[in-house]
Design a protein. Structure first.
Length: 468
């Protein structure tokens, strides 16, 4: 396990942990200012004040996103799994502090039990959350750099110091211990799910790729140099929910080269759309690409949306943690289910079919990712996430997605990254899916089926017994 000894953390580095280089919420800017005002020198421990309890959860949500973006060898599949364990750990570290909520122990696939708090004793659940997040982030991302281990430890120490000001020592130690024991139990459960240290086996050099018409082939215009598909066995991983373990594979179109066939027309629609994209359509395609080499990955974008929702809804601590848990498990199981379907059909991308049957000089607006097409991973996870959000807060919500605000213009494609406004969670899911069609890397059937299959995943998560 990645439990490296902590060393005294200079205040300047503690403050740096709050500035995770990107999307700092308004409250965090206040916290940083408070740190500067309260520190007389680097040897004095910083003190911060949280206006709302959910802000502590948001800080760890931000750290998870920053870690995801800046850890080498990452992928959407591995990141989705990580967010599942991060969110679950957050929820289980605080759930016993609310008499109306229920632990998910014995409700999840193979997770029979988790540590329980001592009866008739006091806990500081915010301290438990803080300790649990530091532990699970370092152990899931065992390939994290020393810099990021240092950042995680720094944030943990800073938050702990701030929460411990008026707390008894016994309560502090008990709370830290409980959060770490929860995280350790969840981590040990994670190790045999099939995805542990999945970054070491992104591409299987011994895999026998399917040959024949309609099957995926490495494209010329691709996101990676690998000629192998990403995580071909990811669909065999254990899902968080047993309900997502057995999945009826939806129907796909039969291969055909006749112009009047549904198969031909499906890919012609992609080709025709891609040759006449408007500027706004290009902006949509770019906003949701979330290439793991540049961003926090597509499931990370969904995890980021939790912060926007929490800022608006201002829930209590356990509801904030539950939001991360639902969204985290939604993206994790959605990717597992999606990969199971992808490698069942091993379906080709539009670029391959268009090149061979429509236009041999065409290139999609966005380069192909290194795995089969049907159904869309973006669509599947987006459908799942919209469903769990709606399960907690209702579908209607107005917010602005500013995930990529300040990102440099893509000069090659002549596109700026412009914030996106939405009035419902499902609207977000539909645009996320549609962006892959606009990018020229998915047919509409990939998106439509992905959204509906993702909705099933989300409904299963909503059906868990969250309340007593």
């Amino acid at each position: 396990m990645n439990n490296k000894a902590k060393t005294p953390i200079p205040v300047k580095d503690q403050i740096m942990c709050l500035f995770v280089k990107r999307r700092i919420p308004a409250f965090a800017c206040f916290l940083v200012l408070a740190c500067f005002l309260s520190c007389q020198n680097q040897q004095e421990q910083a003190q911060i004040t949280f206006k709302h309890d959910y802000e502590i959860a948001m800080l760890w949500g931000e750290m998870a996103l920053d870690l995801t973006q800046h850890t080498p060898g990452n992928s959407p599949t591995f990141a989705s799994r990580a967010f599942g364990y991060f969110g679950l750990t957050m929820y289980e570290s605080v759930v016993h502090g609310n008499e109306h909520k229920r632990s998910l122990a014995s409700q999840l696939n193979g997770l029979e039990q988790l540590p329980s708090p001592e009866r008739n004793t006091s806990y500081n659940w915010k301290i438990s959350l803080n300790a649990g997040q530091a532990f699970i982030l370092k152990n899931i991302y065992q390939q994290a750099s020393e810099e990021y281990v240092y950042k995680i430890d720094s944030l943990c120490e800073l938050v702990l110091h701030s929460l411990s000001k008026d707390e008894e020592r016994e309560v502090i130690e008990r709370s830290v211990d409980f959060g770490q024991r929860i995280a350790n139990s969840i981590f040990e459960w994670s190790m045999d799910d099939g995805g542990h240290r999945g970054y070491l086996k992104n591409f299987d050099t011994n895999m026998q790729q399917k040959a024949g018409q309609g099957h995926w082939r490495p494209p010329f215009f691709a996101q990676t140099i690998s000629r192998l598909p990403l995580h071909p066995y990811w669909g065999e991983n254990r899902t968080f929910l047993s309900a997502n373990a057995e999945w009826a594979v939806p129907a796909f179109l039969p291969y055909d080269t006749l112009v009047e066939s549904d198969y031909y027309q499906t890919f012609y629609e992609v080709y025709e759309s891609n040759t006449q994209l408007t500027q706004e359509e290009k902006e949509i395609a770019m906003w949701w690409n979330d290439d793991p080499t540049d961003t926090f990955t597509p499931p990370g974008h969904s995890y980021y949306l939790v912060n926007l929702v929490l800022e608006q809804k201002k829930p209590d601590l356990v509801t904030a943690a539950e939001t991360y848990a639902r969204v985290g498990m939604a993206v994790a199981d959605a990717f597992t289910v999606c990969w199971r379907m992808k490698y069942h059909y091993y379906s080709e991308r539009p670029s391959t079919y268009v090149f061979e049957n429509i236009d041999d000089e065409w290139e999609p607006f966005w380069p192909d990712p290194p795995f089969p097409a049907f159904p869309s991973g973006h669509a599947t996870q987006a459908g799942a996430v919209a469903t769990v959000f709606a399960g907690l807060y209702g579908d209607e919500i107005s917010f602005v997605d500013n995930a990529h605000s300040g990102r440099k213009r893509d000069k090659l494609r002549n596109v700026d990254y412009k914030e996106r406004s939405f009035n419902s969670f499902w609207e977000v899911a539909v645009e996320t899916a549609y962006s892959r069609f606009l990018g020229g890397i998915h047919a509409q059937i990939d998106n439509e089926v992905g959204l509906e299959e993702g909705r099933k995943v989300g409904n299963h998560i909503n059906a868990l017994k969250w309340d007593k």
